[in-house]
Design a protein around this ligand. Structure first.
Ligand code: UDP
Ligand code: MG
Length: 351
């Protein structure tokens, strides 16, 4: 039942992916071809490669792919803004032409064959489809540990984050339009998108080893993502500080009573170690609490400045003439003036 419009845009964030991209792009192209032949994706579908300020030859590779084949489109940031911004920019660009956007990593760790299931769920009426990884066997010990700690902490803080869902995800045009309404700078799409509602479903897939190159998620980037995730989804850490402060106050009050009673009984309080431990503990807790509050204040500061979430330096997009009469894209009117020119624009994206 392929009656919903199905112009599909694969949105692929790329950061220093010169080693993986040539092969991945070919695999993605072949998969998209098959989907088009089977009528699951319209011939106007595209692969949108987003260059997140790479320092290697990624953008040159994207440029030459776009030159050779109109199925590829390219978007390049003025600098490295991070994975979340790259997929957001890709989805916002895709929204202009696509009925469906699927975000997928450039290293093909996420099984591209699962796309058929994503599209089936979309055709069955879903506006959002989440890709969930079956296991974490391909992750190293450290990645597994940090991921489990992160999900544990998010759960504790009451954030509804889908376990083992990275950013392999389908969004329909309707969901993309809703996402465009969110203007927040502190971006954590995995937490944000489930809050939008809509009919949704999940697809399970196996994670493979990275095809080529190394992971671009450094420990620092992972830590930033985790902090962004927590601060953008929950204010519970601040509430926990209040509870902690209350408990420490109750404890201090009890200690004061205890000391006064001791004093009346003429007993000396043996105090040096106790005072030192207590003052160090209190100092530590105070600085830690201040740090948490500071993290939120910093986020408010960034939100109020409302700077652009990314700056698009170049955009390459070439229209494709429909070759297949089975194209049932609802928005095909937009493509009536079929042109085959390259639009390389310099845009300053404020969304
Ligand atoms: N990526 C990005 N910007 C960054 C870091 C990563 O666009 O600052 C892209 C990267 O090119 C890849 C995806 O995000 O397509 C996931 O990164 P990676 O595969 O290195 O992460 P891992 O799978 O190791 O968690
Ligand atoms: Mg990867």
């Amino acid at each position: 039942m392929n009656n919903r419009p199905n112009t599909l845009y694969l949105v692929v964030p790329c950061y220093n992916e010169e080693e993986a991209l040539p092969h991945s792009a070919q695999v993605m192209r072949e998969k998209l071809n098959r989907l088009m032949q089977e009528g699951k994706a319209s011939p106007r579908s595209k692969i949108l490669l987003v260059n997140d300020g790479s320092r290697d030859k990624t953008w040159q590779i994207i440029h030459s792919l776009c030159d050779k084949d109109t199925v590829f489109a390219g978007l390049s940031f003025s600098r490295n803004y991070g994975h979340q911004s790259a997929i957001l920019a890709g989805m916002m660009a895709a929204r202009q032409h696509a009925d469906i956007a699927v975000t997928i990593d450039a290293d093909l760790q996420q099984d591209i064959e699962a796309l058929d299931q994503f599209l089936e769920k979309y055709q069955a009426g879903c506006e959002i489809v989440y890709g969930i990884r079956n296991d974490r066997n391909t992750d190293g010990f450290f990645k597994k540990l940090t991921a489990n700690a992160f999900y544990g902490l998010m759960h504790l803080l009451g954030c509804k984050v889908m376990r083992n869902h990275a950013d392999y995800r389908l969004l329909s045009k309707k969901a993309l339009d809703a996402l465009a309404e969110y203007k927040e700078v502190n971006l954590f799409l995995r937490g944000l998108i489930p809050t939008m509602g809509f009919q949704s479903d999940v697809v399970y897939f196996d994670v493979k080893e990275r095809e080529a190159g190394t992971s671009k998620y450094t420990f620092r980037k992972m830590l930033t993502l985790a902090t962004d995730g927590i601060t953008s989804m929950s204010t519970r850490p601040i509430q926990l500080i209040t509870i902690l402060g209350f408990l420490v106050s109750v404890f201090s009050f009890c200690m004061i009573i205890y000391c006064i009673v001791d004093w009346f009984h003429g007993r000396n309080v043996p105090g040096y170690t106790t005072s030192l431990v207590v003052s160090l503990l209190m100092g530590g807790l105070t600085i830690f609490s201040l740090g948490i509050v500071g993290e939120y204040v910093g986020k408010i500061y960034l939100e109020t400045k409302a700077r652009p979430r990314y700056i698009v330096e170049s955009f390459i997009w070439r229209d494709v003439k429909s070759q297949n009469s089975t194209d049932n894209s609802e928005n095909s009117d937009n493509f009536d003036d079929i042109k085959n020119t390259e639009n390389e624009e310099k845009l300053h994206a404020s969304n």
